[in-house]
Design a protein around this ligand. Structure first.
Ligand code: SF4
Length: 368
């Protein structure tokens, strides 16, 4: 399945590339924004970071929402605010507390950057205000900076996250690859067109654009019949193909390794991933990378296999029961049992391995 929308243009002869350029130039941002905001007033979802709106809550939510959907983020956001209600509480917490809370949300660099940025904000004595000031903080890119400055401070700054980029491309039918500098500039200019005009809140406008991309102008099938911009959108009004050229993704790297879980009755030994390594700051079982398919020839009993998919890597892990001298591993720590091991931030694979051990405990594989 390609995920592409079957498309046949109604009348391919009715406009030329020159007419498309002219149509882009005459796009009516004032009226389009009006329609967009009326629609948003009716459909805006009640999301925890929208009530109340504060710089801290907007900043945390925007970082969490990078590469992650609203439905996944909601629960994490509420737990985060309960645990770190202020930027001071976040800055003074150990990084491992934050990573524990972030467990399962992925892209852990975001959490580490959030922690570093919290320290800088506390040291500065106040939150940044402008887009340029926000952009100086770790983990805050130009679109995130624009979102925070506009939503939390009413600055007339544009955004261009993945959802808004898709809306803009279809709106003015800019189908060339957005990685090209001049195309990206065109897409930013569209976003700027919505917020630069006086009147109407830039924060509301940006949120409305994000909402439109997430719920109506969807990746696979845009719901043009529900769209407040359908009367302005060139893809819709000129019956053009809404399919965006497919992005070629490089395949995930497959990695095979062992995880050594210790002998029955022994403490569990875990090692923390060191600085600069993939999944830095998370804990996992020691072991070694295998060449090719897991075929373990050393001593020990194989308890099972787990596989876990990360963004760029797919891991297949052979779980081996064998004595593990913690002193053999740098960054190692012994844990009395499964519950204690679960108190630290764990990799996805380590969490699955603990489940195997827990089930084994019931089946008398392991006595912890
Ligand atoms: S009319 Fe359709 S393609 Fe155009 S912005 Fe709306 S949902 Fe997207």
């Amino acid at each position: 399945m390609t995920g592409r929308i079957p498309f046949r243009q109604k009348d391919p002869q009715t406009f030329s590339p020159e007419q498309l350029v002219a149509a882009r130039k005459s796009f009516d941002f004032t009226q389009a924004r009006e329609s967009l905001l009326i629609w948003y007033g009716h459909v805006a979802r009640k999301l925890p970071w929208r009530d109340p709106i504060t710089p801290y809550r907007v900043w945390v939510s925007e970082i969490m929402l990078q590469q992650t959907t609203v439905s996944v983020v909601t629960g994490y956001f509420e737990r985060f605010m309960a645990r770190f209600p202020t930027v001071e509480s976040l800055a003074s917490a150990p990084e491992s507390d934050l990573l524990k809370l972030w467990e399962g949300l992925g892209y852990y660099q975001r959490a580490r950057n959030l922690h570093r940025a919290a320290g800088k904000i506390v040291a500065a004595g106040d939150f940044p205000r402008t887009r340029d000031e926000w952009h100086l903080l770790p983990g805050v890119g130009p679109s995130t900076a624009g979102a925070i400055a506009s939503i939390a401070f009413g600055e007339r700054e544009p955004i261009l996250d993945a959802n808004v980029r898709r809306v803009n491309r279809r709106l003015l039918h800019v189908m060339e690859p957005p990685e090209k500098r001049d195309i990206l500039d065109q897409l930013w200019a569209i976003s700027r067109g919505f917020v630069a005009l006086p009147g109407r809140s830039p924060g509301e406008t940006n949120q409305a654009l994000m909402e439109l991309g997430a719920t109506v102008c969807r990746i696979r099938v845009p719901l043009c019949h529900e769209c407040p911009l359908s009367g302005y959108c060139l893809t819709s009004t000129l019956s053009l193909d809404p399919n965006l050229p497919a992005i070629k993704k490089s395949p995930r790297k497959k990695v095979f390794r062992t995880a050594l879980v210790g002998a029955p009755g022994d403490d569990l030994v875990l090692v923390v991933r060191s600085e600069g390594r993939f999944l830095e700051g998370l804990w996992d079982f020691p072991g070694e990378v295998l060449d090719g398919e897991p075929a373990f020839r050393g001593e020990g009993r194989i308890l099972g296999r787990v596989s876990h998919v990360y963004t760029h890597i797919e891991e297949e892990v052979l779980v081996v029961e064998v004595p593990v001298p913690g002193k053999d591993y740098p960054n190692a720590r012994s844990f009395f049992g499964i519950d204690e091991a679960r108190s630290v931030p764990l990799t996805g694979a380590a969490k699955k391995i603990l489940k195997i051990l827990e089930n084994g405990k019931k089946g008398d594989i392991r006595h912890v």
